[in-house]
Design a protein around this ligand. Structure first.
Ligand SMILES: *Cc1c(COP(=O)(O)O)cnc(C)c1O
Length: 364
């Protein structure tokens, strides 16, 4: 049997009856925008994230855009972002008219390096977006020490980190606004697009909710120039079914990651490092190799699919070839040249993991 990189339909197979029931319920309700299904999921998700408020939105990119807008960040402002993230983090900053200013990561954890923030701050800096890349929390205390001292907002891009913890507390409200994606392949994935923002700030939650609903609280009364970005009730109903099993599914990912870390330790691949304050949920299992292309090709020949997250840093993308860079980004570029991801997921059984480990051990 071919090993899939990630088996998206497996989640449906495991929860088919409940998902079918939820979908049929929404279809029969005649209520297809906002309403009870969305409110019920928002309440469950806020509770799960240990946050006071959750606002469903259309996708993860919109979650970031709406958080930035609600914090009045726009033209003339600068926002510090990781130099090595998925491009959505940068695009959100660009979309509100502000400038993304990249900050290099700690290479062993792939997350933004708090000790590099101060040098990137100018009088125009308004916020830091911390990304919990590959499912492992960034160094939130280290970042918050800087944002608090400089009066900056802390926004978290938690698109890859549903269920992760930082110093024992769930990701969900450490920063001012925490932005989520429910893209199907995320740890908590919908069957289409979806997203959310969680926060402990009632005023901010209210602003985000209004901005995502045409700037209106009351139909046809528009307080601000908003947009249409709402979580689909169908997706909310599906997510509500999947949320109760998320911890169990993340545990299955963790078991695979623990095996990779133990059984690939002597292969010469650089394995991810987990600081003692992080409880990652292993959205991706990312290794580094100086012979990446050859390694990936040999694994492919042995039936083990791999992917690269991400082959180019945002600063290397044509989309950002006009961005004035204040300093070179050698760490992001080195990581982009060396990283590749091994298959991992809640429906990858131990026999498949055996085969992946065997194959990696044979090629190294
Ligand atoms: C997936 C992702 C996003 C964007 O989410 P969408 O729902 O696809 O818009 C943003 N940031 C990171 C780090 C992501 O992985």
């Amino acid at each position: 049997m071919n090993i899939p990189f990630f088996d998206l339909a497996a989640a449906y197979r495991e929860l088919k009856e409940e998902i079918d029931g939820a979908v049929a319920r929404v279809m029969a309700s005649g209520w297809y925008i906002q309403g009870e299904e969305v409110e019920a999921f928002e309440a469950d998700f806020a509770g799960y994230c240990e946050a006071k408020h959750a606002i469903g939105v259309a996708n993860g990119l919109d979650a970031l855009v709406l958080a930035l807008r609600a914090l009045d960040i726009g033209p003339g402002d600068e926002v510090l972002v990781p130099s090595n993230t998925f491009i959505a983090t940068w695009l959100a900053v660009s979309e509100v008219g502000a400038m993304p200013v990249p900050v290099e990561p700690v290479p062993t954890t792939h997350n933004i390096d708090p000790s590099r923030l101060a040098d990137a701050i100018t009088p125009h800096t308004r916020a830091v977006i911390a990304v919990h890349l590959y499912g492992q929390s960034a160094d939130l205390d280290g970042i918050a020490a800087v944002t608090r001292a400089r009066g900056l907002y802390l926004i978290e891009d938690a698109a890859q980190a549903q269920g992760a913890r930082y110093r024992g507390r769930r990701i969900g409200a450490h920063g001012d606004a925490v932005c989520w994606s429910f893209y199907p392949a995320k740890n908590l994935g919908a069957m289409g697009d979806g997203g959310a923002v969680t926060t402990d700030d009632a005023g901010l939650a209210d602003k985000i909710r209004i901005l995502g609903n045409y700037g209106s609280r009351r139909k046809y009364h528009n307080e601000v120039r908003g947009r249409n970005s709402r979580l689909d009730p169908l997706q909310a109903a599906i997510l509500k079914v999947k949320l109760p099993v998320l911890d169990q599914w993340n545990d299955r990912r963790r078991a695979i990651a623990e095996r990779y870390i133990a059984e690939l330790a002597d292969t010469g691949l650089i394995l991810p490092e987990v600081p003692d304050w992080a409880e990652p949920v292993w959205h991706q299992f990312v290794v580094r190799s100086q012979n990446r292309a050859a390694d990936m090709e040999r694994l492919d020949e042995m039936g083990v699919p791999t992917q690269i997250h991400y082959p180019l840093a945002p600063s290397q993308q044509p989309a950002y070839n006009d961005l004035p860079l204040r300093s070179p980004l050698p760490i992001a570029e080195k990581l982009a040249a060396e990283v590749f991801s091994l298959p991992i997921g809640p429906h990858q059984d131990s026999e498949i993991t055996d085969r992946i480990i065997d194959a990696v051990r044979k090629i190294r």
